[in-house]
Design a protein around this ligand. Sequence first.
Ligand code: CAA
Length: 426
Amino acid sequence: MKHDDSQTVVGIDQLGLYLPHYVLSLDKLAEARGVPPEKISIGLGAQKMAVAPPWEDTVTLGASAAERALARGSVAPDEIGLLLVATETAVDHAKPVSIFLHELLGLPSNCRTFELKHACYSGTAGVMIAADWVRSGAARGRKALIVATDIARYDLHSSAEFTQGAGAVALVVSEQPRLLELDPVSGVFASNVYDFWRPLDRREALVDGKFSLDCYLAALDGAVADYRAGLNGSGGTSLTERYAAMLYHTPFPKMAYKAHLRLFERDRAVAGTDGTNGAHRSAADGNGDLAAAAERSYAELVEPSLTLARLVGNTYTASLYLCLAWIAEQRARELAGREVGLFSYGSGCCAEFFAGRFTGSCATAARSIGAAELLASRREIDVEQYEAFTCEGSAGGTPGREEAGAAYLAGIRDHKRLYERTSWSS
Ligand code: CAA
């Protein structure tokens, strides 16, 4: 990535991840719903989904991720001048999740804070706003905290039930970031479609499943075309050759597979029209097997990032950043100094294609994410327990140690949500 000498280098300084303590095997859910388990494990590529207990919501998940980001990155609360919370699982129509986090994290009163919504895209919207805020100088040396937090809920017994999940990611965005430098060039695509939505009176989302896949892929095409247009003369570059990893919004792992095959195909089309990627074209043609080349590209660039998506499910706004968390933690040494491509999609729809470069010393920040440790500490539940946790009306409780992160929802009184901090947070 080229940086103009006069341009401030801005990016992700620290990443905090948090997952609910409970997890359901999708084999068990398939059995209970009379669905062949291979349809889920192979057809969707999913194995487990995180289940939020009644004392966890987007506030508590987000607070726990944010606390981990600040503590593990040694970032003091008064260094944060902007807090943006991205979610499509709001807890109130007017009062934003961000103001609860502002209190739970002890952020200063001169910290600007609000909630962002555009389905799964708004986490990326937050990152872009924050990066611009830092670049503009308005930050005055302070950092931004972006929290993407969600609980994906569909109707029980629907086909989308297998693509639920829950979790949160917090990103500290700053100058001279320790983890990932963001390239200011990005490509955007927006179009009003009804592929996935949640009317104000519903807890569970509605979705036109097959159409949503088409919308996702059309948005990828549009965002990539806009990205190429911004590359100033190198728009014919093969993106699948340029990046050491490609991260996608992942509602279920097979979606990332479909997306990457589409990107590979479009790369080939661009190479075929402007001739700048002749080497790429002949290498693949030399094998006489484009499909095999696309599969290899997927195995190398995408598959290694999908472990959390496979074992946690859809985390909506946080989904893309779970992929980032996993490859950062697992492959930091190999990826240090190298570029990754990222694609964010939010139904409805808005999408963005952008890139970042891992810093030479990213391993230190990456090591502290603790993703593998979070996975290992989860407790498996059965379908009956999952249904009890998920049913409407169950809100609040008193968790035991390890059953919550930094905070929990104690209850709701007079329509007010009451949060408590735990004594054992990280
Ligand atoms: N063994 C192996 N594979 C099998 C199988 C079996 N026994 N039976 C079916 N399959 C395969 C199918 O061939 C299909 O694979 P391909 O797509 O590669 O052909 C796959 O399993 C799924 O089968 P169906 O398409 O029949 O599945 P479905 O009708 O049950 O619905 C879904 C799948 C549409 C994804 C549904 O789960 C859904 O609506 N999910 C929510 C919407 C969603 O996630 N959309 C993604 C794009 S929108 C977005 O990204 C925003 C967001 O986060 C929501």
